[in-house]
Design a protein around this ligand. Structure first.
Ligand code: HEM
Ligand code: HEM
Length: 181
């Protein structure tokens, strides 16, 4: 969906949401990674609680971002961009959006399954959309793997995405990052 004129930049809300999320996502990875390895376990508990809440905040941002994207489209590809690079960029962008929807959904399901508390910003208890008997068997393990592998595959896509942006900036020097500034 590309309703923006060629050469035009992303709109201000799209740019704000992109740059708000860009540093937040590595932080979210760090919270999960550190929570699993923290000693003593209390510290791990505090970190995973932050991972839950921060993840749900990211979910709200990605929903806003997708709604804006669907309604307003994106600028056309750079004029000299070959087809394979346009397709690779499209694939990467939509895969990033998909991962950003799968992660909070599977994360939320794991949280309900584990019967853990979650005070949203210390104000209210997060609602539970299904009941759990606390049995963390095969079903939970499947969701855990989906979350884990979606997470680390997304990290690979982000690395590819950032490398492509820097390559445009430093090697092709076509001002692509300017569309995001
Ligand atoms: C953009 C959002 C998210 C990202 C990028 C993300 C990423 C990750 C990653 C990479 C791991 C595995 C860490 C490791 O290597 O051990 C993980 C674990 C986990 N995440 Fe998330 N996550 C997100 C959202 C959420 C949300 C919203 C929740 C819950 C409401 C959640 C709950 C969990 C749980 C329960 C684990 C497993 C911890 C354990 O094994 O004890 N995540 N997450
Ligand atoms: C976790 C971090 C990041 C995520 C999840 C992310 C995600 C995305 C997504 C989904 C798009 C496509 C927007 C659309 O058309 O709907 C995009 C575009 C873009 N991103 Fe990122 N991004 C991240 C970090 C970065 C960084 C660090 C840079 C710069 C070094 C960057 C540079 C760009 C540029 C230049 C575009 C526009 C590409 C174009 O006009 O074709 N991004 N990003």
């Amino acid at each position: 969906m590309s309703r923006v004129l060629p050469g035009e930049r992303y709109s201000l809300p799209a740019r704000l949401l992109h740059w708000l999320m860009a540093p937040a996502i590595p932080l979210q990875f760090w919270l999960a990674w550190a929570a699993e390895r923290a000693q003593p376990r209390d510290a791990g508990e505090r970190l995973i609680q932050l991972h839950y809440q921060f993840g749900l905040l990211l979910a709200a941002l990605v929903v806003m971002r997708l709604a804006w994207r669907v309604a307003h489209g994106a600028p056309h590809a750079m004029p000299d961009e070959p087809l394979w690079r346009r397709q690779a960029a499209q694939f990467t962008h939509w895969a990033l959006y998909a991962a950003l929807l799968v992660l909070p959904t599977t994360g939320y399901a794991m949280w309900v399954w584990r019967n853990e508390p979650m005070q949203v910003l210390g104000l209210f208890e997060m609602p539970r959309l299904f009941e759990s008997d606390g049995d963390l068997g095969a079903g939970y393990a499947a969701v855990w793997y989906l979350h884990y592998w979606t997470g680390w595959s997304m990290a690979g896509l982000v690395a590819l995405h950032v490398a492509a942006a820097l390559w445009h900036q430093c090697v092709l020097r076509d001002g692509l990052i300017g569309r995001r500034m």
